[in-house]
Design a protein around this ligand. Structure first.
Ligand code: SF4
Ligand code: SF4
Length: 294
Protein backbone atom coordinates (compact mmCIF):
# COMPACT_ATOMS: atom_id res chain seq x y z
CA UNK A 1 0.00 0.00 0.00
CA UNK A 2 1.28 3.45 -0.94
CA UNK A 3 2.36 5.52 2.05
CA UNK A 4 2.30 9.30 2.47
CA UNK A 5 6.07 9.28 2.98
CA UNK A 6 6.71 7.39 -0.26
CA UNK A 7 4.62 9.88 -2.17
CA UNK A 8 6.29 12.87 -0.50
CA UNK A 9 9.73 11.44 -1.24
CA UNK A 10 8.85 11.01 -4.90
CA UNK A 11 7.40 14.54 -5.04
CA UNK A 12 10.62 15.90 -3.48
CA UNK A 13 12.62 14.09 -6.19
CA UNK A 14 10.66 16.18 -8.72
CA UNK A 15 11.54 19.36 -6.82
CA UNK A 16 8.27 19.66 -4.90
CA UNK A 17 9.53 20.14 -1.37
CA UNK A 18 6.35 21.43 0.28
CA UNK A 19 3.72 18.71 0.16
CA UNK A 20 1.10 17.39 2.58
CA UNK A 21 -1.99 15.27 2.92
CA UNK A 22 -5.46 15.93 4.29
CA UNK A 23 -8.60 13.83 4.49
CA UNK A 24 -11.12 14.39 1.69
CA UNK A 25 -14.02 15.31 3.93
CA UNK A 26 -16.53 18.16 3.85
CA UNK A 27 -15.38 20.81 6.28
CA UNK A 28 -17.90 22.49 8.57
CA UNK A 29 -15.43 25.19 9.69
CA UNK A 30 -14.90 26.27 6.08
CA UNK A 31 -18.65 26.20 5.50
CA UNK A 32 -19.22 28.59 8.41
CA UNK A 33 -16.48 30.93 7.14
CA UNK A 34 -17.96 31.06 3.64
CA UNK A 35 -21.44 31.67 5.02
CA UNK A 36 -20.16 34.47 7.24
CA UNK A 37 -18.40 36.16 4.33
CA UNK A 38 -21.47 35.93 2.12
CA UNK A 39 -23.57 37.56 4.82
CA UNK A 40 -21.31 40.64 4.77
CA UNK A 41 -19.76 40.90 1.32
CA UNK A 42 -20.76 40.40 -2.34
CA UNK A 43 -20.15 37.04 -3.98
CA UNK A 44 -17.17 37.00 -6.32
CA UNK A 45 -18.37 36.20 -9.84
CA UNK A 46 -15.80 33.39 -10.21
CA UNK A 47 -17.15 31.65 -7.10
CA UNK A 48 -19.62 28.73 -7.15
CA UNK A 49 -22.91 29.77 -5.56
CA UNK A 50 -23.65 26.44 -3.88
CA UNK A 51 -21.40 26.30 -0.83
CA UNK A 52 -21.62 22.47 -0.78
CA UNK A 53 -19.74 22.41 -4.07
CA UNK A 54 -16.95 24.41 -2.45
CA UNK A 55 -16.46 22.37 0.70
CA UNK A 56 -17.30 18.76 -0.13
CA UNK A 57 -14.74 16.76 -2.19
CA UNK A 58 -17.27 13.93 -2.63
CA UNK A 59 -19.08 16.22 -5.11
CA UNK A 60 -16.09 15.70 -7.40
CA UNK A 61 -15.28 12.10 -6.49
CA UNK A 62 -17.92 10.13 -4.57
CA UNK A 63 -15.39 7.81 -2.90
CA UNK A 64 -12.72 10.42 -2.26
CA UNK A 65 -10.56 9.53 0.73
CA UNK A 66 -7.57 11.83 0.71
CA UNK A 67 -5.99 14.86 -0.92
CA UNK A 68 -2.29 15.09 -1.72
CA UNK A 69 -1.41 18.78 -1.81
CA UNK A 70 1.69 20.36 -3.40
CA UNK A 71 2.89 23.94 -3.24
CA UNK A 72 4.51 25.47 -6.32
CA UNK A 73 6.55 28.48 -5.13
CA UNK A 74 7.16 31.04 -7.87
CA UNK A 75 9.08 33.91 -6.25
CA UNK A 76 12.29 35.11 -7.95
CA UNK A 77 14.16 37.76 -5.92
CA UNK A 78 16.09 39.20 -8.87
CA UNK A 79 12.95 40.03 -10.83
CA UNK A 80 11.28 43.41 -10.40
CA UNK A 81 7.71 43.35 -11.71
CA UNK A 82 6.59 45.88 -14.31
CA UNK A 83 2.82 46.04 -14.55
CA UNK A 84 1.87 42.43 -13.85
CA UNK A 85 1.37 40.62 -10.60
CA UNK A 86 4.27 38.24 -9.95
CA UNK A 87 2.13 35.16 -10.48
CA UNK A 88 1.10 36.41 -13.93
CA UNK A 89 4.68 36.96 -15.09
CA UNK A 90 5.56 33.26 -15.02
CA UNK A 91 4.35 30.40 -17.22
CA UNK A 92 0.73 29.48 -16.62
CA UNK A 93 0.58 27.61 -13.32
CA UNK A 94 -2.28 25.43 -14.56
CA UNK A 95 0.05 24.00 -17.20
CA UNK A 96 3.13 23.73 -14.95
CA UNK A 97 1.30 22.19 -11.99
CA UNK A 98 -0.65 19.95 -14.37
CA UNK A 99 2.56 18.37 -15.66
CA UNK A 100 3.87 17.67 -12.14
CA UNK A 101 0.49 16.29 -11.04
CA UNK A 102 0.52 13.97 -14.09
CA UNK A 103 3.91 12.59 -13.00
CA UNK A 104 2.61 12.08 -9.46
CA UNK A 105 -0.47 10.34 -10.85
CA UNK A 106 1.71 7.95 -12.89
CA UNK A 107 3.73 7.16 -9.74
CA UNK A 108 0.57 6.47 -7.72
CA UNK A 109 -0.84 4.26 -10.49
CA UNK A 110 2.35 2.19 -10.51
CA UNK A 111 1.84 1.41 -6.83
CA UNK A 112 -1.96 1.41 -6.75
CA UNK A 113 -3.21 0.55 -10.27
CA UNK A 114 -6.89 0.92 -9.36
CA UNK A 115 -6.56 4.28 -7.61
CA UNK A 116 -8.51 7.22 -9.00
CA UNK A 117 -6.57 10.49 -9.09
CA UNK A 118 -8.21 13.79 -9.97
CA UNK A 119 -5.82 16.74 -10.45
CA UNK A 120 -6.99 20.08 -9.06
CA UNK A 121 -5.30 23.43 -9.60
CA UNK A 122 -7.78 26.26 -9.39
CA UNK A 123 -9.86 24.11 -11.73
CA UNK A 124 -12.81 23.19 -9.51
CA UNK A 125 -15.13 25.03 -7.10
CA UNK A 126 -13.16 23.54 -4.16
CA UNK A 127 -11.16 25.91 -1.97
CA UNK A 128 -7.63 24.73 -2.80
CA UNK A 129 -6.15 26.92 -0.04
CA UNK A 130 -8.23 25.07 2.50
CA UNK A 131 -6.84 21.72 1.41
CA UNK A 132 -3.32 23.15 1.77
CA UNK A 133 -4.14 24.56 5.20
CA UNK A 134 -5.50 21.24 6.42
CA UNK A 135 -2.47 19.46 4.97
CA UNK A 136 -0.18 21.53 7.22
CA UNK A 137 1.23 23.68 4.43
CA UNK A 138 0.43 27.10 5.85
CA UNK A 139 -1.70 29.41 7.95
CA UNK A 140 -4.15 32.10 6.89
CA UNK A 141 -3.10 35.75 6.83
CA UNK A 142 -5.36 38.76 7.12
CA UNK A 143 -4.44 39.40 3.47
CA UNK A 144 -6.55 36.32 2.63
CA UNK A 145 -3.47 34.41 1.54
CA UNK A 146 -2.25 31.07 2.80
CA UNK A 147 1.25 31.61 4.19
CA UNK A 148 3.92 28.92 4.28
CA UNK A 149 6.63 29.36 6.96
CA UNK A 150 9.42 29.27 4.33
CA UNK A 151 7.85 30.30 1.03
CA UNK A 152 5.54 32.99 2.39
CA UNK A 153 2.45 33.41 0.22
CA UNK A 154 4.18 33.35 -3.19
CA UNK A 155 3.05 29.93 -4.36
CA UNK A 156 0.42 28.13 -6.39
CA UNK A 157 -1.41 25.10 -5.10
CA UNK A 158 -1.94 21.85 -6.97
CA UNK A 159 -3.64 18.80 -5.49
CA UNK A 160 -4.59 15.25 -6.30
CA UNK A 161 -7.96 14.07 -5.03
CA UNK A 162 -7.60 10.33 -4.39
CA UNK A 163 -9.89 7.43 -3.58
CA UNK A 164 -7.16 5.71 -1.56
CA UNK A 165 -6.48 6.53 2.09
CA UNK A 166 -3.21 8.23 3.02
CA UNK A 167 -1.96 9.23 6.45
CA UNK A 168 -2.94 12.87 6.92
CA UNK A 169 -0.80 15.74 8.19
CA UNK A 170 -2.08 18.21 10.81
CA UNK A 171 -2.70 21.94 10.28
CA UNK A 172 0.08 24.19 11.58
CA UNK A 173 -0.48 25.72 15.01
CA UNK A 174 0.72 29.14 13.80
CA UNK A 175 -1.06 32.41 13.08
CA UNK A 176 -0.02 35.44 11.03
CA UNK A 177 1.75 38.27 12.87
CA UNK A 178 -1.44 40.34 12.97
CA UNK A 179 0.48 43.50 12.09
CA UNK A 180 -2.37 44.81 9.88
CA UNK A 181 0.14 46.15 7.32
CA UNK A 182 -1.89 44.47 4.56
CA UNK A 183 -5.13 46.11 5.70
CA UNK A 184 -3.52 49.54 5.93
CA UNK A 185 -1.78 49.21 2.55
CA UNK A 186 -4.60 47.79 0.46
CA UNK A 187 -5.25 50.43 -2.24
CA UNK A 188 -8.90 49.44 -2.65
CA UNK A 189 -9.78 49.04 1.03
CA UNK A 190 -10.79 45.44 0.32
CA UNK A 191 -9.32 43.88 3.45
CA UNK A 192 -11.15 44.15 6.75
CA UNK A 193 -10.21 43.18 10.25
CA UNK A 194 -11.42 39.77 11.35
CA UNK A 195 -10.35 38.31 7.96
CA UNK A 196 -13.13 40.11 6.06
CA UNK A 197 -12.73 40.64 2.30
CA UNK A 198 -14.73 42.64 -0.23
CA UNK A 199 -13.83 41.33 -3.69
CA UNK A 200 -15.53 44.31 -5.39
CA UNK A 201 -12.80 46.52 -3.88
CA UNK A 202 -9.88 44.23 -4.67
CA UNK A 203 -7.71 45.32 -7.60
CA UNK A 204 -6.68 41.76 -8.33
CA UNK A 205 -10.32 40.82 -8.88
CA UNK A 206 -11.23 44.05 -10.66
CA UNK A 207 -8.44 43.70 -13.22
CA UNK A 208 -10.02 40.38 -14.23
CA UNK A 209 -13.58 41.71 -14.47
CA UNK A 210 -14.93 42.85 -17.82
CA UNK A 211 -16.85 45.93 -16.72
CA UNK A 212 -16.16 48.27 -13.80
CA UNK A 213 -17.98 51.16 -12.18
CA UNK A 214 -16.30 54.57 -12.41
CA UNK A 215 -15.04 54.33 -8.83
CA UNK A 216 -13.66 50.83 -9.43
CA UNK A 217 -11.88 52.08 -12.56
CA UNK A 218 -10.37 54.89 -10.51
CA UNK A 219 -9.01 52.38 -7.97
CA UNK A 220 -7.49 50.19 -10.69
CA UNK A 221 -5.94 53.22 -12.40
CA UNK A 222 -4.56 54.52 -9.11
CA UNK A 223 -1.77 51.96 -9.38
CA UNK A 224 0.41 50.44 -12.03
CA UNK A 225 -0.75 46.85 -12.43
CA UNK A 226 -2.85 45.78 -15.43
CA UNK A 227 -3.38 42.28 -14.07
CA UNK A 228 -3.43 41.28 -10.43
CA UNK A 229 -2.13 43.16 -7.39
CA UNK A 230 0.68 42.20 -5.04
CA UNK A 231 0.49 45.02 -2.50
CA UNK A 232 -0.86 42.98 0.43
CA UNK A 233 1.77 40.30 -0.18
CA UNK A 234 4.67 42.72 -0.62
CA UNK A 235 4.05 44.38 2.74
CA UNK A 236 3.57 41.16 4.68
CA UNK A 237 6.51 40.41 7.01
CA UNK A 238 6.05 36.70 6.36
CA UNK A 239 7.20 37.39 2.80
CA UNK A 240 10.54 38.92 3.81
CA UNK A 241 13.53 36.77 2.82
CA UNK A 242 11.57 34.26 0.80
CA UNK A 243 13.92 32.02 -1.23
CA UNK A 244 13.86 31.81 -5.00
CA UNK A 245 11.69 29.12 -6.50
CA UNK A 246 13.45 25.91 -7.44
CA UNK A 247 10.87 25.14 -10.11
CA UNK A 248 12.73 25.56 -13.40
CA UNK A 249 9.61 26.28 -15.47
CA UNK A 250 9.01 29.53 -13.58
CA UNK A 251 12.29 31.00 -14.86
CA UNK A 252 11.35 30.48 -18.50
CA UNK A 253 10.03 33.24 -20.74
CA UNK A 254 9.07 35.66 -17.98
CA UNK A 255 6.91 38.59 -19.04
CA UNK A 256 7.79 41.61 -16.92
CA UNK A 257 5.48 44.14 -18.51
CA UNK A 258 2.59 44.34 -20.97
CA UNK A 259 2.62 47.16 -23.51
CA UNK A 260 -0.65 48.96 -24.18
CA UNK A 261 0.12 49.84 -27.83
CA UNK A 262 1.15 46.31 -28.65
CA UNK A 263 -2.07 44.89 -27.26
CA UNK A 264 -4.20 47.58 -28.86
CA UNK A 265 -2.73 46.67 -32.24
CA UNK A 266 -3.39 42.94 -31.88
CA UNK A 267 -6.52 41.09 -32.90
CA UNK A 268 -8.28 39.11 -30.19
CA UNK A 269 -7.01 35.94 -31.82
CA UNK A 270 -3.40 37.22 -31.88
CA UNK A 271 -3.68 38.14 -28.19
CA UNK A 272 -4.82 34.63 -27.25
CA UNK A 273 -2.10 33.05 -29.37
CA UNK A 274 0.71 35.31 -28.16
CA UNK A 275 -0.07 34.87 -24.47
CA UNK A 276 -1.54 31.37 -24.41
CA UNK A 277 1.11 30.17 -21.95
CA UNK A 278 0.29 32.82 -19.33
CA UNK A 279 -2.52 32.72 -16.79
CA UNK A 280 -3.74 36.24 -17.64
CA UNK A 281 -4.70 35.15 -21.18
CA UNK A 282 -7.91 33.64 -19.86
CA UNK A 283 -9.13 37.27 -19.80
CA UNK A 284 -10.10 38.93 -23.04
CA UNK A 285 -7.85 41.53 -24.70
CA UNK A 286 -10.48 44.17 -23.88
CA UNK A 287 -10.53 43.20 -20.21
CA UNK A 288 -6.78 43.74 -19.97
CA UNK A 289 -6.87 46.95 -22.04
CA UNK A 290 -9.38 48.58 -19.71
CA UNK A 291 -6.80 48.37 -16.90
CA UNK A 292 -4.30 50.67 -18.60
CA UNK A 293 -4.45 54.33 -17.67
CA UNK A 294 -5.18 56.64 -20.62
S1 SF4 B 1 -4.68 42.17 -3.92
FE1 SF4 B 1 -4.40 44.41 -3.74
S2 SF4 B 1 -6.46 45.25 -3.74
FE2 SF4 B 1 -6.67 43.03 -3.37
S3 SF4 B 1 -6.70 42.83 -1.15
FE3 SF4 B 1 -4.54 42.66 -1.74
S4 SF4 B 1 -3.73 44.77 -1.65
FE4 SF4 B 1 -5.96 44.89 -1.62
S1 SF4 C 1 0.64 41.85 6.63
FE1 SF4 C 1 0.51 41.44 8.83
S2 SF4 C 1 -1.71 41.17 9.23
FE2 SF4 C 1 -1.39 41.02 7.02
S3 SF4 C 1 -1.20 38.81 6.63
FE3 SF4 C 1 0.87 39.63 6.88
S4 SF4 C 1 1.32 39.39 9.05
FE4 SF4 C 1 -0.87 39.13 8.82
Amino acid sequence: MLSTQELKTYAASLGLVATGVCAATANSQLKEQLKKRRASFPLCSFEAEDICNRIDPSKLMPNAKSVFVCLFPYYINEVTPGNLSRYAMVCDYHQVAGEYLAKLTAFIKEKEPNARCLPLCDTSPMVDRWFAYQAGLGFFGKNQMLIHPEFGSWFFIGSLLLDIPLEADAPLAVTCKNCDACIRSCPGGALKDDFGFDCEKCISYLTQKKALTESQKAVVHSQNSVYGCDVCQKVCPHNANVPNTTIAEFYQELIIKLDKNTIENMSNREFKKQYKNYAFSWCSRQTILKNFKD
